[in-house]
Design a protein around this ligand. Structure first.
Ligand SMILES: [Zn+2]
Length: 311
């Protein structure tokens, strides 16, 4: 626990943090057990790949830290940094066993890379998956696909699905020269991993239905080909939203703020506003990859903005 204690201090999390708004505060540790919910006849298991700790200056570049700290203080959130969970979905339908994103693997950042153990602990054998769907190819979503022993995929029997735009973007030769410094190591690492599994990737378009009730939805902006996955069974729906809505407070109360890992800030804001409006109107449950464990909630309108309400 020593490491966590030190991080608590770094993030300014004293005893006062206990007053945080219910559900907005994210635990610092990975969750050991899967969280299970039903969506009609589908079963969705959420597993933790770990947690990421981001300095505020990286998550909200150019934003006055005093302004951010004041917003966080109002909601009872600690100042000085952002804790992002890494919530990975396993979807069991009558026809398929689908993994949506694969976590960061062992080479990305400390605190993530726990998905392989979490899957094993929950009784999901890697060779049982029929599909792996990637919302996008950032390290914390893609790099965990690689088996460190043979350099291929961990999921030998799965179809690996990524949007056409996303695959094309990251595999363009020399891509690292076009991206901001923050993304250069990721661009190289992602290209290398996509090359290693290139024959396994099936490029699909938003709107495509992968199996009955599992549909790709365009949510580009965070990355050029970012997609979400809409699950529908009977009258029930859930949107696996990837990184379209990344923070339980900022993405909902201030969706027009630039988020540091959004690669096209303007498009990401447009997508965020459209998605918030849709989720609030349709009362659809959202699963956010980086939202407080287990990342599930509804979107409510609040004056001109929105609110994340964990369920
Ligand atoms: Zn992410």
């Amino acid at each position: 626990m020593k490491q966590f204690d030190r991080r608590c201090v770094l993030l300014g999390m004293g005893a006062g943090a206990a007053t945080a708004s219910p559900g907005l505060r994210s635990p610092l540790w990975a969750q050991a057990a899967a969280h299970k919910i039903g969506v009609g006849s589908f079963e969705v298991n959420i597993l933790s790949d770990g947690t990421l700790l981001l300095p505020t200056s990286v998550a909200l570049p150019g934003r006055d830290t005093g302004e951010v700290d004041a917003l966080f203080a109002q909601a009872g959130l600690p100042a000085g940094g952002i804790i992002a969970q890494v919530n990975v979905a396993v979807v069991k339908t009558p026809d398929a066993l689908i993994l949506i994103d694969t976590g960061g693997g062992g080479d990305f950042m400390p605190g993530v890379g726990k998905l392989a153990d979490a899957l094993e602990g929950a009784g999901f054998a890697a060779d049982a998956f029929t599909h792996v769907i990637f919302t996008h190819a950032h390290a914390d979503h893609l790099w965990g696909v690689i088996d460190p022993f043979d350099g291929g995929t961990r999921f030998p029997n799965a179809r690996h699905i990524m949007s056409v735009a996303e695959f094309g973007y990251w595999t363009k030769p020399g891509r690292e020269a076009d991206v901001p410094d923050l993304f250069k190591p990721m661009a190289l690492g992602t290209a290398r991993r996509l090359t290693a599994i290139t024959e396994r990737i099936e490029q699909r378009k938003s709107g495509d239905e992968i199996v009955p009730g599992v549909q790709l939805v365009d949510t580009a902006g965070h990355t050029p080909g970012h997609i979400s996955v809409r699950l529908q069974s009977g009258n029930e729906q859930l949107l696996v939203g990837g990184d379209a809505l990344s923070h339980a407070l900022v993405s909902f109360s201030n969706p027009g703020w630039r988020w540091g890992s959004d690669m096209d800030a303007g498009q990401a804001i447009t997508t965020r506003l459209r998605l918030l409006d849709q989720l609030a109107s349709e009362k659809m449950i959202l699963l956010g990859y980086h939202l407080p464990w287990p990342g599930l909630g509804r979107v409510e309108r609040r004056d001109k903005h929105f609110r994340f309400v964990p369920v």
